[in-house]
Design a protein around this ligand. Structure first.
Ligand SMILES: NC(=O)c1ccc[n+]([C@@H]2O[C@H](COP(=O)([O-])OP(=O)(O)OC[C@H]3O[C@@H](n4cnc5c(N)ncnc54)[C@H](OP(=O)(O)O)[C@@H]3O)[C@@H](O)[C@H]2O)c1
Length: 169
């Protein structure tokens, strides 16, 4: 299916270091406020799908977005969120959203790479010690369509790039 400008399709959004580090001890490793603002801007008004551990790493469900939590626990309750028992079920309930986002964490990214149309990746140009990692993005399957590099963020003294990939047809 070709996606029009408006329908960008299911999108992974993530921030990963050069060694693909995503998180440690169920927390983010860095605090990059520019990236958090971008995350908010891109996901605002859309469905956000996440693993149970990522949900529990946040203080609460994110406002003005349809929060969907994936767990194998049939009795899990999440305040301000809907609960699903598979990634496929989560994707089916957001099918009317023009751009639902998969927001993590590592387990959910890994299992959804074959199911998504687009990746919005913030690449942090450092290596970090971590226990959760982003999967590789094979060049045979993904085309980089936009790249914007920023040197030394105002808040975290990190250099980073916003990278947009679309699936090769
Ligand atoms: N840098 C970033 O952009 C970013 C973004 C998000 C998260 N993170 C970080 O990533 C880490 C969390 O990631 P994680 O990999 O540990 O956990 P996760 O992907 O957030 O959640 C894993 C949980 O999701 C559920 N799950 C996974 N696959 C499933 C399936 N096929 N069907 C049903 N349920 C399934 C299971 O929940 P149950 O155990 O309840 O069954 C599993 O324990 C944290 O450190 C967080 O800060 C980083």
């Amino acid at each position: 299916m070709s996606l029009s400008d408006k329908k960008k399709g299911v999108t992974i959004i993530a921030a990963a270091a050069e060694n693909n580090a995503l998180g440690k001890d169920n927390k983010l490793i860095w605090h990059l406020s520019e990236d958090l603002k971008r995350f908010k801007k891109l996901t605002y008004g859309h469905a956000i799908i996440m693993g149970r551990k990522t949900f529990e790493s946040m203080p609460m469900a994110l406002p003005k977005r349809r929060n969907i939590i994936i767990t194998r626990n049939k009795f899990y309750l999440a305040k301000g969120a809907e609960v699903c028992n598979s990634i496929e079920e989560a994707l089916s309930i957001v099918k009317d959203d023009l751009q639902p986002f998969i927001i993590g964490g590592g387990e959910i990214y890994r299992q959804s790479m074959e199911l998504v149309d687009r990746i919005e990746l913030t690449r942090i140009h450092e290596e970090f010690n971590a226990d959760t990692f982003f999967p590789n993005i094979p060049e045979t399957k993904w085309k980089l369509i936009s790249e914007n590099r920023f040197l030394n963020s105002s808040t975290a003294n990190l250099s980073y790039s916003y990278l947009t990939y679309i699936r090769k047809s």
